[in-house]
Design a protein around this ligand. Sequence first.
Ligand code: ASP
Length: 607
Amino acid sequence: MVKRTHSCGQLRIEDSGKKVLLAGWVHTYRTHGKIIFIDLRDREGLTQLVFDSEYAGDVHKLAETIRCEWVIAAEGKVRPRGEGLENPKLPTGQIEVLVERLQILNESATPPFELLDAEKTSEELRLTYRYIDLRRPEMLNRFRIRNQVTKLTRDYFNEVGFWEVETPMLAKSTPEGARDFLVPSRVIKNTFYALPQSPQLFKQILMVSSFDKYFQIVRCFRDEDPRADRQAEFTQIDVEASFVDTDDIIGITEKLIARIFKQVLNVDVGLPIKRMSYQQAVDEYGIDRPDLRFEMKLKDISDIAKDCTFKIFTSTIEKGGVVKGLCAPGASSDGAFAISRSYIDKDLTNFLVDYGAKGVVWLKVVKENGKLTCSGSAVKFFNPEQIEKLISRFGAKENDYLFFIADSEKNANKALAPMRCKLGRDLKLYDEKAFEFVWIVDFPLFEWNEEENRFDSMHHPFTSPRREDFEKLESEPGKVISQAYDIVVNGSEVGGGSIRIHNPAIQQKVFDLLKITRKQAEDRFGFFLKALDFGAPPHGGIAIGLDRLIMILTGTDNIRDVIAFPKTLKGQCLLTGAPSEVDQKQLDELNLRIQKHSHEEEPEKKT
Ligand code: ASP
């Protein structure tokens, strides 16, 4: 077997004159009769090979048979490219290799799409031929970064005394509250394992076992519908430590994040990262993962709107709702785009339909006789004093637009938060390359579930209330604040965790409020509750979404770009054809019977 002397990304002008052997894939092929140029590609880059019929006739002849994506090895001499022929975009762009010996290691069928055109190719085709798609330099680079991040993570946690411990994949249902993937047991008939939604209970039990500091880069499984930024199977950097408080976990985590951003992107993350309460985030940004790259805070104007003559506003407020809004500049920061009637009536209104908003009311801030006032069809509902108050509430300037949504507070926020982000994007209010981090803290412990008429955990049932709120578990559970924290960057939640309950009585109280009966708690988490009885130390932890972190570091909004073998929105692996039917024998062994319904869709076949 031929041995490479260098990678295809390695040779520089200083290497001129050296005899080298490169191996890789034929990226591009250009022939000028007597001279053939091939860009040879491997994981590390591209190098230009030159085949000259006058220099090595036989080799040139063989090179004429080569096609793109064939695998070859070429031996030859490094030489500077001719004057004016350098390619400053390539690290190897100053040199080429004049080939003396050529070996074809393997041919390739014609690829179903050209690497250079991959962005224009359907994602379905790219996923079906994932091995070709992954050859693209931009894809390889994402996995280079992913590897860099996991290595940095392991090094960091080892430095600060954490042990990596593996926890089972064949497990029992865990508490994140999503649907489980189930795996039938062959040995104990009619029983099932659940694939872990996270190692939550195992990592807490490791604390009971005095492991003190744990981390794991771990796969988690939640049977939820995949989205652009979510996969049913994903990876977390999972962390737990004993005898710690919120500040400890936040400190450990943000130092890791800062190290990753520095090493991967040379970006300095200012520490400590600022903190914002859940309430402030929801009030000012309408969401608990605010994008802080730009201001545009939401304001509640119900106190002004309650006295206007606009029926929709006044009746919403009478019913306990709010009128909330934001103020946007009339044109983008580069002046290339301006808010127009058609932008409001079409773009914005259509966008808002997806977020359940019935409509948006707007006013434009204008100057009349040197004084700021408003124009627009809704202006007639407000008297001059109210208009003045609105302008001053938002600190609005000439040509700004005020947008309002009237609804329950929850629904208004649901529409305003994405609308704020859309306006920020369309109006270019932030630097695309900036990163704004924030810790969201002081979450409520519970969220009221209207349909089920009970509380749900905002994080999971093992999250501890603040010490000073223990009593409120009895008197005002809805007002209890938890010791949970989420880390958010540019409007994306990249991690979350909490200090845990280590006192069995408090844990029981929380289960009661969640209407988890003693029997249910025993069946689902009995093993864990028992462990809490045997000297559980105070402990807490966090999990960082590795895939999402890599998406942010590599600037993609498609989670499938950072997972080597991802699933489609239907949960299919187009490369392998999973999920697929299985043999009757396998079903029999598992004591499973498949029910065929006449209306059942045929499973989609891989083409
Ligand atoms: N297990 C939690 C999750 O996956 C994270 C944590 O609380 O540590 O969201």
